[in-house]
Design a binder for this molecule. Structure first.
Ligand SMILES: *Cc1c(COP(=O)(O)O)cnc(C)c1O
Length: 572
């Protein structure tokens, strides 16, 4: 075991990072998408930078799910069973949490995220599948985002309350608890109970709960720009499942009057609160007036999200880049033809994968758009098909499109969207070649963000809190063609780092979105700027690829992000 991850690690006070999902490696399916990949990138960067951190998540032994798509694009889901013992070590330590009046045992598996710098971050995967727990309780940590709200609440009890207890039991001294979204907010209740003032010292019973002390120990990052996206639980359910962890009156003051709102609970008990892009900070301040909400824009882990051919290129011209992405500022040293060659190498790897998995042969000389993310209505994966006639007229013979993405098992409109894309793929096949890769995961993500020519993103403003796949793309010299939302508002310089779609992001509410206006701009730019430049001005194209690296990858990485968390959130 790496020294930094040995027993010694409990000696130094640490930041505890709590996340419902963590994308550690592709073959550990304990993530579903952006939130989990961000958590993984955060931890990888902390290991590189040797920051004193420890992470806590759920084991989700049946993973998220494996996506099956039939010839018409109908999705079915299968559990993704994996064997934790192949990857991590089961610790002898056990703690328990109260659920429906039962003492539910929780154990932890340790996985060490090690860096070439010799830094190491231990990650603890909580697991209730233990002899002694009733069958129902043994399943609590099986499915990521599965089950009903009672199931979710039980998971959040294990993550928040169980997480704090297990770190304590292992001997950690924690100076900040970083909640990556509201799923872990119940940890604040455990801390309130842990730091209770003696009743004889206070003049009002409520003051037994040392809110200021707990706030000082907590950091909260919100990721959700709409009200309905926040986890809430009716209090009768809370009482039934969790019991009266705090007097209900006190809990309602901290977690909301009608329902227990996990975001509110996190906000009320955190000294530092942030959104994940500047715009998202603003949207969050409107949604939760009265709170001081900062913004630390997300990033991605540079080394993880750079493909092999670009790694070689950076090693040659920017040695040290992986642990110092600031070096991308000197990207101008890399000759254009070598950037293009590295790109064509990545494009070939993607096209080989597409051929192997779909039987579709794409042409590497044809301009190729990539679109991959969770399939859900607001991301508008079909915006580019708003006017089929126009698309055909602009792009027949000059365009290929590669898609990937899973729809949540309960998201019927998302599933319908996949079927729609499949139908269009069939209809366009002689004019615009399309492929849909099933079972989108981190490996496919890397192939796609490095192997297409441009990264398309068309969310409904302001629903994309940050978005990170576009940041992965720029690490491989791929430009973004995106609606001005999330990170792209900060990364976009028109015609320099990429292109925008639709109007500037002045509005903060949801009403001012007109699909046709966005689609019109998308078609116009494809027709008059992007496609012509790709085929007839390769010099400008590659210069823009260079800008994407020098201006975007330079900034939108987790090394920059974590340095900001350290100076603004952790050390205060
Ligand atoms: C990066 C990533 C995401 C998040 O992408 P967004 O652009 O934020 O939607 C989702 N899924 C996988 C597998 C990823 O690698």
């Amino acid at each position: 075991m790496n020294n930094a991850c040995s027993i010694e690690f409990t000696k130094e006070p640490r930041i505890a990072y709590f996340s419902m999902e963590i994308g550690i490696r592709n073959d550990i399916p304990t993530y579903s998408g952006g939130l989990g990949v961000l958590a993984g990138d955060t931890i990888r960067t902390c290991a590189d930078l040797k920051l004193p951190m420890v992470a806590v998540t759920l084991l989700t032994k049946k993973g998220y799910f494996i996506q099956e798509l039939d010839e018409r694009g109908r999705q079915t889901e299968h559990p993704y069973s994996w064997n934790p013992a192949q990857h991590m070590t089961l610790l002898p330590t056990k703690i328990s949490v109260q659920i429906e009046g039962r003492e539910v045992l929780v154990q932890a598996w340790q996985f060490n995220v090690e860096s070439l710098t010799r830094g190491c971050i231990p990650v603890f995967f909580l697991d209730t599948d233990i002899e002694g727990n009733v069958p129902e309780d043994r399943e609590i940590t099986h499915y990521l985002y599965g089950g009903d709200i009672a199931y979710r609440l039980k998971q959040e009890i294990v993550l928040g309350i169980g997480g704090v207890r297990i770190l304590h039991e292992l001997g950690f001294e924690i100076k900040k608890h970083h909640m990556n979204e509201g799923h872990s907010s119940l940890l604040t209740l455990e801390l309130l109970n842990r730091f209770k003032r003696p009743i004889e010292d206070v003049w009002d019973e409520k003051l037994v709960w040392d809110v200021e002390k707990v706030k000082d120990l907590c950091v909260f990052t919100t990721h959700t720009p709409i009200e309905a996206g926040h986890d809430t639980f009716p209090y009768d359910l809370v009482l039934k499942i969790m019991g009266e962890v705090l007097p209900i009156k006190v809990l309602k003051e901290l977690g909301g009057k009608e329902n227990l709102n996990m975001t509110r609970l996190g906000l009320n008990l955190s000294e530092f609160i942030n959104g994940v892009a500047k715009k998202h900070g603003e949207v969050s301040r409107n949604m939760f007036p009265g709170y001081e909400i900062s913004a630390i824009t997300n990033g991605v882990h540079t080394f993880t999200w750079t493909c092999d051919s670009f790694k070689k290129l950076y090693d040659k011209y920017l040695p040290g880049w992986a642990n110092e992405p600031d070096l991308f500022v000197r990207v101008g040293r890399i000759p254009y033809d070598e950037i293009w060659d590295a790109h064509m190498e990545a494009k070939k790897i993607l096209f080989d994968y597409v051929y192997k998995n779909t039987g579709i042969k794409m042409d590497p000389d044809i301009f190729t758009i990539g679109f991959a993310r969770r399939v859900t209505a607001y991301k508008r994966a079909d915006l580019i098909f708003s006017d089929m006639e126009r698309l055909e007229q602009i792009a027949s013979g000059k365009l290929q499109i590669i898609y990937a993405g899973k729809a949540h098992p309960k998201d019927d409109s998302g599933k319908k969207l996949i079927e729609k894309i499949f139908a269009i793929k069939e209809r366009l096949k002689d004019k615009i070649k399309m492929a849909y890769l099933k079972n989108y995961d981190m490996d496919i993500a890397l192939k796609m963000v490095s192997g297409v020519d441009i990264w398309l993103n068309t969310p409904l403003r302001p629903r994309e809190a940050s978005g990170t796949s576009g940041m992965k793309a720029v690490h491989n010299g791929i430009m973004n063609f995106s609606v001005l939302d999330g990170w792209w508002i900060e990364g976009h310089i028109e015609g320099f780092t990429g292109w925008s779609i639709g109007p500037s992001p002045t509005e903060t509410n949801l009403v001012d979105n007109i699909d046709t206006r966005d689609a019109d701009d998308l078609y116009n730019k494809l027709q008059t700027i992007i496609i012509p430049m790709y085929y007839s001005d390769r010099h400008t194209w590659v210069r823009m690829m260079q800008n994407a690296i020098g201006k975007n990858a330079y900034y939108f990485n987790t090394h920059r992000m974590m340095r900001r968390y350290v100076t603004e959130a952790y050390i205060r």
